[in-house]
Design a protein. Structure first.
Lengths: 607, 314, 288
């Protein structure tokens, strides 16, 4: 059923292209209903780019899917409306009407380009199908249009006959964009379109989206967790938390003078490339709400330093704070809150004798039926006691192989890895892994996990081990009582803390963090980075901090090494390397990092 | 594609060679001198010696093996002692009969399986879904000799529609021949059909949850087209693999079905050969069956590669 | 400073969710409970066979092919044996075969899997061995083994064990290889765990789930293989009762005495379907 409401022409002009009102979505889960979206108001005007920003669990992706009624079977819209052109309510529309809208009026681009294309069909067939679905011309016309579309997104038309697996991630995302734009939709919903891509590719895809939007006049709804992306690309932004929009307004206004404490906290937590090395990141304490439980009052209240009693009992609605911006807060801040940069207390590294020395290390992976891959070629690096060495690189740079070679998982083909100190490698070097969900044995209690290296290396008596576990848990900011729990009871950030405690158990002199904070939301990421920095200062650890995010790496490192395709391209003190990059690749990496400061504000700061 | 074949072919050959060796070696493990067994009751020493020489039992083990393989490759698997006659003659007719049964079953399997699978995957509502699921589970698990007896009880004893057993040549009289073929073929086809149906159902349901189906939906592609163009083709490659395995089950099941329906095929011959320990017959038969099975699996692997560009193009 | 306080403050975990064993969770579904009841009933009938009948399964009365009566609930067979008692003792035979064969096959398969993940050379050998065994379609393998060992209960046990071993072996090998590369296993290695500790403490507890499901599947396949072998006369030797051979005996009398077939058919079907329900229920529980 299509609900049509007649409106006079002058009213129509002011009507947003797409408007959601009080949109609500519930997911069925084993733990009961999860209220993923709890009353979202949004509007998108023709030709604009609106960013929806939030951390995982904020409901931003669910909102994006719900707008086109694309929810997975477990999810359903329980209330509200989504008006297209101000008169067609998509929530009430028939499936047939929706099929006409999808692709033709609203196109979508999804996060993972590796799985979003059908592996069995050529790109030509998939484009052809998209065009055919909306009755575009005959075979020949569709073929011509397909070539045109590919070239529009920067792919040679000759690659029309290729299969998805023959394209790189970035190229696949371009194909995805070509598909979404095939029938010239008025709205493009892009759900984290660059999250799965490397920084440099990410920048290219965003640039493409921006160009196409200007050329074709398509309105774009960009869902992202990255404040920098919003700052650089969007006209307006809606910040989501706990299934609701908490703040909405023009990008320059919201990012420079956030009214909602969550927006302000999020902005503080984002590592910035322009802050000097050794600056403490500001995390937001606590964890996001559990939407399977009823939320009373403001969802952010329990993490908010400004919360008053009313925040805990009554839910605030979006209300205007200026002519253009709205916020949902009982105690909105009235002025831009400058936040002072606070240095981490750091020890100076001791450059007399290195604790870890990697010289001339090469590693090639061979597997049957595939060309050999050189993961590392002649890599040299040194790490001194008390030093943090940042290692930066994109996927395929060999950074994980390097970490694994140092801890002895991979055996290098050539070269030497020397660790100072005597005894077993496992006593001197420990590692924190990337994936907080995969790196803890699900069948062991937290206490057993942390004590595992002690058991494995026969360190201490059972009583001493137990005491050490409790001490370590407290040291990483966990309640020692959690020792008897299993990993499934913990959030991502808490799991990373457990992983850190395990790594610290044998009192190593070197700690390797392989993308240890990449999987975490910024507010939690900041907590964990700060913890690592503190631990390093307190224990005099040498830290090898591997990440793809230059801004995080700069904030914690003394020196930075840039890796590309298995080779070291540049090494230098953190601030120098970021301020005066020498290698073109380092420059490209730096240029690709979007800054969370809107361009207008940067200009003002510079002045 | 050629590269894929070059990688796949040697392993199939290796399995075949190892299997032939295993068959040959295992049958030498039979307690007692096979010549004594083969010579029948109360043989004279001369007879035994003659059989020993004829079988080459007086030669070294490996020499025996290679001469056996050599004979087989030149088309002469030797002769049977206990059943009597040349093995090629024994196998000849029965091979055709078993082939007819197997092809009949395969056709039924390829018709029933996909229909049931697609119905299971697309059924809406609790009751139809539960019913289809039950039909599938029952055909999947109940053994061939049980369904066979039930089919006979229904179609031959109660309704008297079809003969309860026996065999008539399809070539001589297609109508009568088919009447005799239907029950054994159906009984042989049921478990395989259910396996195929289950793989198709699971595959389609899984594919419907994949990101590329979401992409197709977001482009306004209709439900029907998503099912037939996206979900089903992506569900098929694993079905092919399992189909190859089902052909093996078919060969094994044929032994039971032939016994149940008095169908004069290879299964019966194998059963007789084993019962009488006529091991030249058993050897030749086993190698034939294993060879067919390995060939079928190779073919399904090739078909898989043809269906999936990721395997074909590497 | 607030931020410093934040990282120091103990973070408390979410309230513990009810941690129930995934197997129990799977079995306590309608499917699982039905399976438990059906299998339980069949097993009980088999175990209590001597208490539930007054006839020995091989005792020949003077009345052949009797219709069911209070004296003979399922009637008698062609040589006057009580079918009720033959079916009950047939279940018993089945239980003995299945319960000894499946663990034997599982053990052999798992040991071979452990050998094969331990060394590259052993792996090549073991994989080829599995390939060869799998190149024989189930019953054909049964025929081959019977040709060597002769028909009998112990042959059936060997056949089932040989048929099942590759399934367990491949499954465990695959699970170990995949779990060995997961981050938690790498973390254990970095923590200094040797191969033995890694396997026993970390990998096996996580890799065992599919094996439990496979045991239920294998039990039902074993019932089918035993039945099929006895049916074609290469299984349990007469006059020893077995469900397969009772069905086989009934085939000659389907026209004149169809009731003969009912008992063994119901028993086999119930047993196999029940085991399969259990396998499905366990699978759901594990995947959850």
């Amino acid at each position: 059923m299509t609900v049509t409401i007649d409106k006079p022409a002058e009213v129509r002009a002011a009507i947003p292209l797409l408007a959601a009102h009080d949109l609500r979505v519930v997911f069925d889960s084993a733990r009961g209903p999860v209220h993923a979206v709890r009353g979202v108001d949004l509007d998108l005007a023709a030709g604009e780019m609106l960013g929806i920003v939030g951390e995982s669990g904020s409901g931003k992706s669910t909102t994006a899917l719900a707008l086109a009624r694309m929810l997975p079977p477990a999810g359903r819209i329980t209330g509200g409306s989504v008006l297209l052109d101000g008169d067609t309510d998509l929530v009430a529309a028939s499936e047939a009407a929706l099929t006409g809208v999808r692709g033709r009026r609203i196109g979508m681009v999804f996060q993972d380009p590796m799985t979003s294309l059908n592996p069995l069909l050529t790109v030509r067939r998939q484009l052809d199908e998209a065009l055919r679905a909306h009755g575009f011309g005959d075979r020949g016309a569709r073929r011509a249009r397909s070539i045109e579309l590919l070239e529009l997104v920067g792919i040679p038309g000759a690659r029309l006959r290729g299969y998805p697996h023959q394209f790189s991630g970035g190229m696949r995302q371009r194909v995805m964009i070509a598909l979404a734009l095939a029938n010239r939709p008025d709205v493009l919903i892009a759900d984290e379109p660059t999250t799965a891509l490397d920084p440099t590719v990410q920048a290219q895809i965003l640039e493409l989206l921006d160009t196409l939007r200007r050329e074709l006049g398509t309105a774009v709804l960009l869902i992202t967790h990255n404040m920098g992306v919003v700052a650089e690309r969007c006209d307006r932004v809606a910040v989501m938390y706990g299934g609701r929009v908490v703040e909405q307004g023009p990008v320059a206004e919201v990012l420079s003078a956030p009214r909602h404490p969550y927006t302000a906290g999020l902005l503080r937590a984002v590592p910035r490339l322009d802050t000097p090395a050794g600056t403490r990141l500001a995390g937001i304490p606590g964890t996001p709400p559990d939407l399977a439980l009823p939320v009373l009052g403001c969802a952010f209240a329990n993490r908010c330093t400004a919360a008053v009693d009313r925040c805990r009992t009554e839910q605030p609605d979006l209300a205007p704070v200026t002519d253009t911006a709205r916020t949902a807060c009982w105690v909105p801040s009235t002025e831009a809150s400058a936040h002072p940069l606070e240095p981490i207390v750091r020890r100076a590294p001791d450059p007399t004798s290195p604790v870890l020395e990697v010289s001339g290390v090469s590693k090639t992976f061979r597997s049957r039926g595939r060309p050999a891959v050189s993961a590392l070629t002649d890599v040299d690096l040194v790490l001194y006691p008390g030093e943090t060495l940042g290692v930066v690189g994109e996927s395929g740079s060999g950074k994980s192989t390097l970490a694994r070679a140092i801890v002895g998982i991979h055996k290098p083909d050539r070269g030497v890895i020397r660790v100072a100190g005597k005894g077993r490698l496992a006593r001197e070097v420990q590692m924190v892994f990337q994936d907080p969900y995969a790196s803890l044995n699900p069948r062991m209690t937290v206490g057993d996990i942390v004590a595992d290296p002690l058991h494995a290396q026969h360190i201490g008596t059972p009583l001493e081990r137990r005491a050490r576990v409790l001490e370590l848990l407290e040291r990483v900011g966990l309640d020692p009582a959690v020792a008897s729990r299993f990993p499934r009871d913990f959030s991502g950030g808490q799991r990373q803390r457990i992983g850190i405690a395990r790594a610290l158990a044998p009192a190593p002199s070197v700690l390797i963090c392989d993308e240890a904070v990449s999987a975490l939301d910024v507010s939690v990421q900041a907590q964990v980075v700060n913890l690592l920095a503190e631990l390093q200062a307190d224990l005099g650890l040498a830290l090898l901090f591997i990440a793809h995010d230059l801004a995080v790496v700069r904030s914690i490192s003394h020196r930075i090494v840039v890796l590309r395709e298995g080779r070291v391209v540049e090494t230098g003190p953190a601030d120098d390397l970021v301020a005066h990059p020498q290698d073109p690749y380092t420059k490209a990496l730096l240029a690709a990092v979007p800054s969370p400061v809107p361009a207008a504000m940067r200009a003002a700061e510079a002045a | 594609m050629t590269g894929y074949l070059l990688r796949r072919l040697p392993s199939a050959l290796l399995v075949l060679v190892l299997a032939s060796f295993a068959i040959f070696a295992i049958l030498r493990l039979i307690p007692g001198d096979p010549a004594t067994t083969l010579a029948g009751s109360d043989p004279s020493p001369d007879t035994i010696a003659a059989i020993r020489a004829d079988l080459g039992l007086d030669r070294p083990f490996l020499a025996q093996y290679f001469s056996w393989i050599g004979d087989l490759l030149s088309g002469d698997p030797g002769r049977s002692y206990l059943i009597g006659g040349q093995i090629t003659d024994l196998i000849g007719d029965r091979f055709g009969n078993t082939l007819a049964l197997a092809i009949g079953a395969l056709v039924l399997m390829l018709v029933l399986g996909p229909i049931l699978g697609v119905l299971c995957a697309t059924a809406r509502g609790r009751v139809p879904r539960a019913l289809l699921g039950a039909v599938n589970s029952v055909s999947l698990t109940v053994p061939v000799f049980v369904t066979g007896v039930l089919l006979v009880l229904l179609f031959a004893v109660t309704w008297r529609l079809l003969p309860p057993g026996g065999h008539q040549s399809i070539v001589a009289d297609p109508v009568i021949g088919l009447q005799y073929l239907v029950l054994p073929a159906l009984c042989l086809a049921l478990p395989g059909s259910a396996v195929i149906a289950r793989y198709i159902k699971d595959g389609v349901l899984q594919a419907l949850g994949e990101d590329y189906v979401r992409t197709a939906r977001s482009l306004g592609v209709s439900r029907r087209r998503i099912l037939w163009r996206h979900a089903l083709p992506n569900a098929l490659p694993p079905v092919l693999t399992v189909l190859g395995m089902q052909v093996g089950a078919l060969l094994g099941g044929a032994v039971v079905v032939e016994a149940l329906f008095a169908w004069p095929g290879l299964g019966q011959l194998a059963e007789q050969g084993v019962a009488r320990r006529d091991y030249p017959v058993v050897q030749a038969l086993l190698l034939l069956l294993v060879g067919v099975y390995v060939l079928v699996q190779l073919l399904t692997d090739i078909a898989y590669a043809l269906l999936d560009p990721r395997v074909r193009l590497g | 400073m607030t931020a410093a306080v934040v990282t120091k403050a103990p973070v408390v975990a979410a309230p513990a969710k009810r941690a129930r064993n995934p197997y129990v969770q799977g079995l306590l579904t309608p499917r699982g409970i039905t399976g438990l009841i059906v299998v339980g009933l069949v097993v009980l009938l088999g175990l209590a066979a001597p208490l539930l009948t007054s006839y020995a399964p091989t005792f020949q009365t003077s009345n052949a092919l009797l219709q069911p009566s209070g004296e003979h609930p399922l009637g008698t067979d062609e040589i006057g044996r009580d079918l009720w008692s033959r079916v009950l003792f047939g279940i018993r035979t089945d239980l003995i075969v299945v319960v000894s064969a499946v663990p034997l096959g599982a053990l052999a398969g798992c040991l071979l899997a452990l050998v094969s993940v331990a060394s590259r050379w052993a792996d090549v050998l073991v994989q080829r061995l599995f390939d060869v065994v799998l190149a024989f379609p189930g019953l054909i393998l049964g025929l081959t083994v019977t040709a060597v060992l002769g028909a009998g209960t112990s042959t059936v046990i060997v056949v089932i064990a040989v048929v099942e071993a590759p399934a367990f072996g491949r499954m465990l090998r695959g699970a170990i290889l995949s779990h060995r590369e997961r981050e938690y296993a790498l973390a254990a290695r970095v923590g200094g765990a040797g191969p033995a500790r890694l396997l026993v403490r970390h990998i096996l507890p996580n890799a065992a789930d599919p094996l439990v499901v496979q045991i239920a599947v294998s039990l039902s396949i074993a019932v089918i293989v035993e039945g099929a072998m006895s049916f074609i006369g290469i299984g349990v030797r007469p006059p020893e009762p077995s469900l397969g051979s009772i069905v086989s005996g009934s085939v000659m009398h389907l026209q004149d005495h169809p009731i003969y077939a009912i008992g063994p058919l119901v028993a086999i079907s119930a047993f196999v379907l029940g085991l399969n329900l259990l396998a499905e229920a366990l699978n759901k529980g594990v995947r959850r």
